[in-house]
Design a protein around this ligand. Structure first.
Ligand SMILES: Nc1ncnc2c1ncn2[C@@H]1O[C@H](COP(=O)(O)OP(=O)(O)OP(=O)(O)O)[C@@H](O)[C@H]1O
Ligand SMILES: [Mg+2]
Length: 222
């Protein structure tokens, strides 16, 4: 069974139609890079596929759940622990430290060792020395790494990342990408990655190109 099955997905916000009929099937464990010019709809597609935004039309099943039919609460429940998301704007909670940002969702999901796991995840992204810093006290790249730690901590089966290396220097970016791919492999997780970086895209099994709300190319590596 595919982990993502989208047919004719559309997204209209106000007078703007952003996604114009997306057909996409993703198999469990696949890694997928999403390319396209600025404004082509990459972040919007990710928002719909991850259940952050509701499609205006079409059908969408994610991990067997009918995302079009679920109400807000059921959708939140279906996503919790299963879908990890690293957003383009990191959406860290400003009143929480790095450690609290990572640990709180785990604690809410009932994980007993939430604080230990959170600290370990932050160490894995090179932030063991910044656990008690608030987002405003972190650099852009450090905030990005907190967001990545937060997404990885619940060990989601489906991981979305919107330009996860956008704010990182080459060496740090490469280390973070290695971490994403290693974790994906360990967990057999599905990874959907938005990137402008051709080298990063080349690491994915499959590269999808969006233009003006349509998929215009879908090619497999190798
Ligand atoms: N809430 C909204 N209301 C109206 N239009 C929107 C809204 N959100 C996004 N758009 C428009 O939809 C289009 C696609 O936006 P999206 O953020 O998905 O692009 P993107 O491919 O992720 O671009 P980038 O590479 O710059 O991040 C853009 O033209 C944008 O202006
Ligand atoms: Mg975007």
């Amino acid at each position: 069974m595919p982990v993502i099955a989208a047919r004719g997905l559309t997204l209209t916000i106000g007078a703007t139609t952003i996604l114009k009929g997306i057909d996409l099937t993703v198999a469990p464990g696949e890694t997928l890079a999403l390319l396209g010019h600025s404004g082509s709809g990459k972040s919007s597609l990710m928002a719909v596929l991850s259940g952050l935004e509701r499609a205006s039309g079409g059908s969408l099943a994610v991990a067997g759940a009918d995302f079009a039919a679920l109400d807000e609460d059921a959708l939140a429940l279906a996503r919790r622990g299963r879908i990890g998301i690293v957003l383009q704007a990191f959406h860290l909670l400003p009143t929480m430290t790095a450690l609290e940002n990572v640990a709180t969702p785990l604690e809410l999901a009932g994980q007993a060792d939430a604080w230990t796991v959170a600290a370990r995840e932050l160490e894995a992204v090179g932030l063991g020395h910044r656990l008690d810093h608030y987002p405003a006290q972190l650099s852009g790249g450090e905030q990005q790494r907190v967001a990545i730690a937060r997404a990885l901590a619940p060990r989601p089966a489906l991981l979305f990342a919107d330009e996860p290396t956008g704010n990182l220097d080459g060496a740090t970016g490469a280390a973070i990408v290695d971490l994403l791919f290693t974790r994906r492999a360990e967990a057999g997780a599905t990874l959907v990655l938005i990137t402008h970086d051709a080298e990063l895209a080349a690491r994915a099994d499959r590269v999808i190109t969006l233009a003006d709300g349509h998929i215009v190319a879908d090619r497999r590596a190798g």
